[in-house]
Design a protein around this ligand. Sequence first.
Ligand SMILES: C[S@@+](CC[C@H](N)C(=O)[O-])C[C@H]1O[C@@H](n2cnc3c(N)ncnc32)[C@H](O)[C@@H]1O
Length: 305
Amino acid sequence: MSSEGVSRPVNAMPRAGAVAPANDEAVRAWDTVLYERWKLNRDVFVGALAAVTEELFERYPPPRGARCLDVGCGFGETTQRLAQLVGPDGFVLGTDSSPHFVEDARQEAADAGVTNVEFEVSDAQTAEWEQVYDYAFSRMGTQFFAMPVLAMRAIRAALVPGGRLRKMCWRRKEESALFAETEQVVKRFLSRPEEYEADTCGPGPFSLGNPDTTRGILEAAGFDDIELHRHDFDYFMGHDMDEALDAMLAIGPGAELIRLNGEYGESCRPEIAAALADRYAEWERPDGSILGRASVWVVAATNPG
Ligand SMILES: C[S@@+](CC[C@H](N)C(=O)[O-])C[C@H]1O[C@@H](n2cnc3c(N)ncnc32)[C@H](O)[C@@H]1O
């Protein structure tokens, strides 16, 4: 199978299945404001997770020649990496609910000459993939489903009997100092308004932080051999203070408070940035880069068939 290499208008992007109504808001948020902000700060968001992702692949390598699914693939960095790991006899389908992310992912893979990947727009919660996959992967792409059991069941149904799920998600917010402390600083200036117009990303990035919740969802979705491994690491927030502030005030719990407060939130941004710079100064390295502590779950499970 080959990737297309032809740029289509985003609104003409084929969508496999409908977006679940309960996911409408989160899917819209990820295709608009969060897509734009992720793209602007991509070097930080993706770069910070590169080493921990490689450790996941070392612990749980996809077999050579395997057929893989990359759920919530974003710009497809991991889709391309999986394609490399499985080799030319393997295949990877990168799938994401955001047409904008998928359009970019498809173009980048084509530009890179990667021929054993394809990309598709789909809401994992309503997806009906063929049951041909040996290995389903997701990096931070499974926390945003309104009905996570349905989504994980759809992913399990795509796996052949004995097929593996390997994914990464954030542990609880309190367990990643860079998010918890950023939010604490922002809360000195802003609180969550009772009413707001901005779209949110549904259950949010920390929705799978409780290990019992994650295990329970996977069990209810029919998975076996469920393992959760805690992984603590230094998250690279930026080469310098400005880059770190831009990234942390773009996406994440502190950024969301600003966004939900609309114009008033924006008016507080300079003061918030100054207060955060004071807090982050403790995390500054001799080369000026900023590293905050973070913690993820590396999750493994099997489709018993
Ligand atoms: C935090 S980003 C991670 C992107 C990518 N996996 C990475 O590590 O760079 C979350 C991704 O999940 C996607 N997503 C959110 N809800 C989804 C859904 N219901 N079905 C499929 N993808 C979804 C978003 O569009 C976004 O690309």
